[in-house]
Design a protein around this ligand. Structure first.
Ligand code: MV4
Length: 448
């Protein structure tokens, strides 16, 4: 087992990883930018190394500085958390070169899933259902229009380097194809330096349901059931839950088996997530695979009573997985609390937290790095806390969430707490009746 892990991240996830390391008797090294000197991850780690000024590219994305910090402190592994360097193939490879275990996917696995068109080909070849469309990249606009006519409109153009919905265009008729093609390619070239495009049938009103998987170094993969992440705004998840209110035992079995098949085909090692789109007939299709621990991992932890970070560390150190399968026994919901003003288009609201009171009680978990007096820096992601509620049924978990949100006090900055309270009043949300389009028509109303 590792003796010392460097956590190449900040915020709640850095703290989350430090907590598990402590329980496992592993020493921890925090790294921090000058904007994060007062952050809890710095205080709770055994050692801390400053890696640069506030901008991410100079600190949390600064590979030489992070590797130096690991060498300096004799860390034998690096946990990258989510975001930042967690899906950076070059970083994974450099860690390996330096003899530091990267607690995450190998460079090859990251590369094979990072290119969306080839990831789709790989999954299709492994027998995972994929959305009808082009085989690999489109050669030109003419081929795109041909395929669109073959599969029928509506279709969607996607950037192979895509992420966060960038370089994606719906197309509803031949006459709109060329403009969509040109603008998607332009956007993709500017965002990713890669203008490769592929085409799919557009699935209207889908749900986003993802399967958590974990693989060990011996080629064995198991799945840890699903999360429903359909409540998103501009490709940012706001609420996640497990199990999905749309799930059936049969669908879980089929989606779980498909996720295992796909992850096994790429000899996936570590924790990963296979994302699917699920249509109204419960047809499911591979969308993307994320080769990292995700923000919403706690809902899975709560419903199957399992520490995913501990399991990541164990498989990274060469311990085999048990291979048993998991069926959720509980229901968990996570609300992401962001430093944003939900009454002003979710505009970021950094600044000093003057008052802070965290909810507690039965079935309530709060993962956060903030406290009264903490200054939310403007440089990073606006998520400042995750409120996770667990109960035996979805209805009970919703009631616990409502109660916990009403106890949560964060003053000095705007947060998304009022949004979540309003969402919990929505009859369709309450009934589990929602798709990825839900937020397009949701109205928060006015303040007070
Ligand atoms: C789709 C789709 C409909 N049909 N593909 C969004 C980001 C990227 N991961 C893929 N996305 C989508 N792909 C086909 N063929 C709709 C979306 C989509 C979406 C998916 C999941 C969660 C939220 C979404 C919001 C808008 C569009």
């Amino acid at each position: 087992m590792f003796k010392k892990i460097l956590i190449a991240n900040r915020g709640e996830i850095a703290l989350r990883i430090i907590r598990t390391c402590k329980e496992m008797g592993i020493k921890t090294v925090a790294v921090y930018s000058t904007a994060d000197r007062e952050s809890l991850h710095v205080r709770f780690a055994d050692e801390a190394v400053c890696i640069g000024p506030p901008p991410s590219k100079d600190s949390y994305l600064n590979i030489p500085n992070i590797i130096s910090a690991a060498e300096l402190t004799n860390a034998d592994a690096i946990h990258p958390g989510y975001g930042f360097l967690s899906e950076n193939a070059k970083f994974s490879a450099i860690c390996e070169e330096y003899g530091i275990k990267f607690i995450g996917a190998t460079a090859d696995q990251i590369n094979s899933m990072g290119d969306k068109a080839s990831a789709k080909d790989t999954m299709k070849a492994a027998g995972v259902p994929t959305i009808p469309g082009s085989e690999g990249l489109l050669k030109d606009v003419k081929q795109g229009i041909e395929i669109a006519n073959k599969i029928g409109y509506p279709v969607i153009l996607k950037a192979t380097a895509g992420g966060g919905g960038r370089g994606m265009r719906q197309v509803w008729k031949d006459g709109d194809f060329e403009d969509a093609w040109n603008s998607a390619r332009q956007e993709s070239a500017a965002a990713f330096g890669n203008d490769g495009m592929y085409l799919e049938k557009y699935i209207e009103d889908p749900r986003h349901i993802e399967i958590q998987v974990i693989g060990d170094q011996f080629g064995k993969v198991c799945h840890l059931s699903e999360r429903d992440c359909s409540i998103q705004r501009r490709h940012q998840k706001l609420v996640e839950e497990a199990p999905s209110p749309f799930m059936t035992p049969d669908l879980r079995e089929r989606m779980g088996a498909a996720a295992i098949k796909g992850a096994t085909a790429v000899k996936y090692e570590g924790a990963g997530t296979v994302e699917f789109l699920v249509d109204k007939h419960r047809n499911f299709y591979f969308m993307e695979m994320n080769t990292r621990i995700q923000v919403e991992h706690p809902v899975t932890e709560e419903v199957i009573n399992f520490d995913l970070i501990k399991e990541q560390i164990k498989v990274a150190s060469g311990i085999p997985i048990s291979g048993k399968s998991y069926t959720p026994e509980m229901h968990a919901i996570e609300c992401r609390i962001n430093a944003e003003d939900p009454y002003n288009n979710f505009r970021p609201s950094p600044g000093k937290i003057t008052h802070f009171h965290s909810p507690g009680g039965h079935g309530v978990r709060v993962d956060t790095h903030v406290y009264a007096g903490y200054n939310v820096p403007p440089n990073y992601d606006s998520m400042i806390a995750k409120l996770i509620c667990v109960a035996q049924t979805r209805d009970e978990a919703l009631c616990t969430m409502e109660r916990a949100l009403s106890e949560f006090v964060i003053e000095g900055i705007k947060t998304t707490i009022p949004f979540h309270l309003k969402l919990l009043q929505d009859p369709n949300f309450r009934a589990g009746n929602f798709t990825t389009k839900f937020m397009e028509s949701f109205e928060i109303g006015s303040e007070e």
